[in-house]
Design a protein around this ligand. Structure first.
Ligand code: NAD
Length: 463
């Protein structure tokens, strides 16, 4: 049983804390958002993440978890490990904003009482562990105290929607350290989650920090690769869905992250790809491949929205667009950098009415669009009230819809950003079906039009 403090009760911090508590550790979770802490003390989870509520409520009942609102209070419990899990959003130039990480490091330095291993779980650029060490050391000097500490880099690889399982049964645990003692201590802490010691990967801090960006950039690359290939497939009369299956049977390639669609969004890929590009620029070594991955992703969103505006022309202003799916992916309520935000903005700009439905993300999208759009309680309500449908998140309740239900749409038009249905079924029903790379799309505006614009960072091209 170890004493652990977790700073930041977001998707990463809360899952981390809850899973450590489930293994019998004593966990104190800090968040400076008092509303979050008040909810958590009552056993309510401030965001949607399957299975997390049960673990948190169980830990509360067993008193293995507590929630507090200041780092000082958490450190007064004298934890052996302090996990920093605060956000690292993008700055306008693409660099990761480290202000939260730095504030947390300073507070740790101000309030640490004995030897502590400070573990950085946030996704941070190479060099951040060293920066955190410097900040803490400076605060200790200011206090005129000598307390030993170690900083470890421990990037998190969980995926929202399946975060609890990912944490409890990780593919790997990456640890970047400067001392063997801290590696040993972290190994003991993580041991209950490992099925093999080979999953515990010890390396230098810079390698651990870069591993996280490399992993996300690789996944984003697969998506952009398939999206670019999908357009070529359309032109050549191939079907990207069939091509994917042909590729995925190769064990060296596998099936993951090979779906063509509207492109990636979410709280991680866009900002992490941008941060990797920025790291390259700082080192005067342009990450040209990763930059192109980013460009292709921008292009894909613009192109998708233009399918709608091209189909309707000025008549779009007289139409009601129905949106299925607001979250950036299924099984989460996270709408950070979600395609739905851009698509809805575009539709409103063109004067369309918009009615939306998502099983869990509606409250979050309301914070952006307020009463500018209509919120449905069920997917069916959207079909009954819209002229056409735009499918943006592949929730199971959407992908398992019987296609004949789309006949309720006044115009019988579906724009599918996730390639969920068979074009031939839709054609047989008399539904105009726009999808990606499956020979169903009229590509009125040449793709390279968007491409040049996005490459030149003409943001108006993709807003
Ligand atoms: N969300 C994911 O799927 C995921 C996966 C892997 C890695 N990451 C990385 O983990 C980090 C956290 O991501 P997240 O999605 O959990 O973020 P989040 O925004 O959901 O949570 C961050 C939390 O930190 C709190 N916070 C900020 N400053 C604080 C302070 N000084 N004291 C106490 N609390 C403070 C915020 O109130 C917030 O609740 C990011 O670097 C992200 O890139 C995220």
């Amino acid at each position: 049983m170890k004493k652990i403090a977790i700073i930041g009760a977001g998707y990463v911090g809360l899952v981390t804390g809850a899973c450590f508590a489930q293994k019998g550790n004593r966990v104190t979770i800090v968040d400076n958002n008092q509303d979050k802490i008040d909810q958590l003390l009552k056993g309510a989870i401030p965001f949607y993440e399957p299975h997390l509520d049960i673990i948190v409520q169980d830990a509360l009942a067993k008193k293995t978890i507590t929630f507090v609102s200041t780092i000082q209070e958490a450190l007064s419990q004298q934890p052996e490990f302090v996990f920093s899990c605060v956000g690292t959003p993008s700055l306008p130039n693409g660099a990761a904003d480290l202000s939260f990480v730095e504030i947390v490091a300073a507070e740790i330095g101000m309030h640490m009482e004995q030897y502590t291993i400070i573990v950085n779980k946030s996704t941070v650029p190479v060099g951040t562990a060293a920066k955190v060490e410097t900040i803490i050391a400076a605060k200790l000097t200011e206090r005129n105290v000598k307390i030993a500490f170690d900083v470890a880099s421990n990037p998190e690889f969980l995926k929202e929607g399946d975060a609890v399982n990912d944490f409890l049964m990780p593919d790997r645990v990456v640890i970047g350290v400067r001392s063997e003692e801290s590696a040993e201590a972290l190994y003991e802490l993580y041991k209950p989650f490992l099925t093999s010691d080979k999953q515990f990967l010890v390396m230098t801090q810079p390698s651990a920090e870069l591993t996280k960006y490399a992993s996300n950039a690789m996944l984003a690359t697969r998506i952009s690769f398939m999206n670019q290939l999908a357009h070529l497939a359309d032109k050549l009369g191939a079907d990207i869905h069939q091509v994917k299956h042909g590729m995925a049977q190769d064990r060296r390639i596998g099936a993951h992250f090979l779906n063509a669609g509207i492109g990636y969004g979410g709280s991680c890929f866009p900002k992490d790809v941008a941060a990797l590009v920025h790291m390259g620029m700082e080192q005067h070594y342009p990450m040209t491949l990763v930059k192109e991955v980013e460009n292709i992703n921008h292009v894909q969103r613009v192109w998708f929205s233009h399918q709608i505006t091209n189909h309707y022309g000025p008549a779009l202003a007289t139409k009601t667009a129905g949106i299925w799916g607001l979250a950036f992916k299924p099984e989460t309520d996270d709408i950070r950098s979600a395609p739905a935000i851009d698509v809805i903005k575009k539709l409103l700009e063109q004067g369309a009415n918009v009615i939306v439905y998502d099983p869990v993300a509606t409250e979050n999208i309301k914070k952006i669009f307020g009463d500018l759009i209509t919120y449905a309680d069920q997917g069916q309500q959207v079909l009954q009230n819209a002229d056409f449908l735009v499918l943006l998140t592949e929730w199971a309740e959407f992908t398992t819809t019987i296609p004949s239900h789309f006949l309720q749409l006044k115009d019988r038009v579906v724009f599918d950003g996730r390639n969920c249905f068979a074009p031939e079924d839709m054609k047989a029903l008399g539904v105009s079906y726009y999808c990606i790379g499956r020979n169903s799309v009229t590509d009125d505006v040449p793709l390279n039009h968007y491409h040049v614009a996005a490459t030149q960072h003409d943001s108006s091209a993709w807003q």
